[in-house]
Design a protein around this ligand. Structure first.
Ligand code: FAD
Length: 380
């Protein structure tokens, strides 16, 4: 494949980089410390047309491809994991499925405000007792007349407290296994019975709300079913194929951000009368940080490119996510080390990248699950 970025992609990358450095980086540690969702940043991203990058223009998006979207996610990740996580959950998990599986009416009603950045979106699969084994869910949707009635609890749902729509997975046919799961569009602000019961304190990413939600007799009209009844699991797999590319892009951004800090510091900091980058041990560390970041980016762009060609990407997206998330954690850990004692303080960014990067090995399927997916794809 051709790794030279098209001009349009470069332009978007530069615009977003400038925005991230000017508006997000200066407040990145403060919003983490305050556990504050930065609403104003998402309003500005909406003004830049960034809230629906890979969504068609017909429904308020930018009409870009997955490669362009990956570049944007990477740039945001380079300065803030929190903003990045809320951003990719909004697009890959909450918006893209409506574009892929919704009716024209659903797209007009639910996709347009997401793509235009009127409000955030969420996607609710995980439950207190089902994570990796996500299809083993307890949330149920029962038909009563021409309404669906949903009951259950969803766990660790990104953006739920800020969302204008949440896509909720529920069992509609308990005997049908994978074919008995469906997806519903829930309006957290208008639908009675929807409640955010917890916003978790986490080891990182605290400016991105991670919520437990309770659904108690939430009554929905039939037009809130996304796609066909029983399609929920198939939709989940397709959603995660795309979502994992965005986590890989975000991870690449975290790795790049951590590397940038470490490289600059290693050239400024002097010990024993010379910049620490002159010591082989430090130089080799920084070189390896660069190597891992570049590798993560190549795998991410390869997966994005294949997705844009309409090719199956289950293996490629899992591979990119597995590699880039590991790279982000390792590079961020090494960045803390390169900064020495200062790296351990919150005055410097590497500790934040380190804490944020860890989630990338857990969300949208843990690294162990990515191995399982890749092994299956390899016929093992
Ligand atoms: C910050 C954050 C944001 C999130 N956002 C969302 C969201 O927006 N929407 C949503 O639906 N979910 C979300 N999640 C949930 C996330 O996807 C799950 O936490 C993740 O899939 C793991 O599930 P679990 O936590 O139940 O762990 P478990 O599945 O209980 O896993 C525990 C450990 O067992 C291992 N394990 C489990 N099964 C296997 C196996 N078969 N082989 C080998 N090892 C195995 C796992 O790899 C892991 O190490 C989020 C989580 C966090 C922390």
């Amino acid at each position: 494949m051709d790794f030279e970025l098209p001009d349009e992609h470069r332009m978007i990358q530069e615009t977003v980089r400038e925005f991230c450095q000017g508006e997000i980086e200066p407040i990145a540690q403060e919003i983490e410390d305050d556990h504050r969702f930065p609403e104003e940043i998402f309003e500005q991203l909406a003004d830049l047309d960034m809230m629906g990058v890979p969504i068609s223009e017909e429904y308020g998006g930018l009409g870009g491809d997955t490669l362009m979207y990956s570049l944007v996610a990477e740039e945001i990740g380079r300065v803030s994991g929190s903003v990045g996580l809320s951003y990719v959950a909004h697009i890959s998990l909450a918006s893209k499925p409506i574009e892929l599986f919704g009716t024209p009416e659903q797209k007009e009603r639910w996709l347009r405000p997401l793509a235009e950045g009127e409000y955030m979106g969420g996607w609710a699969l995980t439950e207190p007792s089902s994570g990796s084994d996500a299809s083993d869910m307890d949330t149920v949707a029962e038909k009563e007349g021409d309404e669906w009635v949903i009951n259950g609890t969803k766990q660790f749902i990104t953006n739920a407290s800020e969302a204008g729509s949440v896509l909720v997975k529920a069992v509609t046919d308990p005997g049908a296994g994978y074919d008995g799961i469906s997806t519903f569009i829930v309006d957290p602000r208008e639908d009675d019975g929807f409640e955010v019961t917890t916003i978790w304190d986490k080891m990182g990413l605290n400016a991105s709300p991670t919520c437990e939600i309770q659904l108690e007799d939430v009554r929905l009209s039939e037009d809130r079913l996304l796609g066909e009844e029983g399609d929920g699991w198939d939709q989940t797999k397709k959603t995660l194929d795309g979502g994992r590319i965005s986590i890989a892009a975000l991870s690449t951004g975290l790795a790049q951000g951590a590397y940038d800090h470490a490289k600059a510091y290693s050239q400024e900091r002097e010990q024993f009368g010379q910049p620490i980058s002159q010591f082989d041990a430090v130089r080799d560390k920084v070189v390896d940080m660069h190597r891992k970041t570049e590798r993560a980016r190549l795998l991410t762009h390869q997966a994005a490119h294949r997705y844009d060609q309409g090719e199956p990407v289950t293996r490629e997206s899992a591979l990119a996510k597995l590699d880039a998330s590991e790279a982000a954690r390792e590079v961020a850990e090494d960045a803390v080390q390169v900064l020495g004692g200062y790296g351990y303080t919150t005055d410097f960014a590497p500790q934040r990248f380190y804490r944020d990067a860890k989630l990338m090995e857990i969300g949208e399927g843990t690294s162990e699950i990515q191995h399982l997916v890749i092994g299956r794809e390899l016929g093992l």
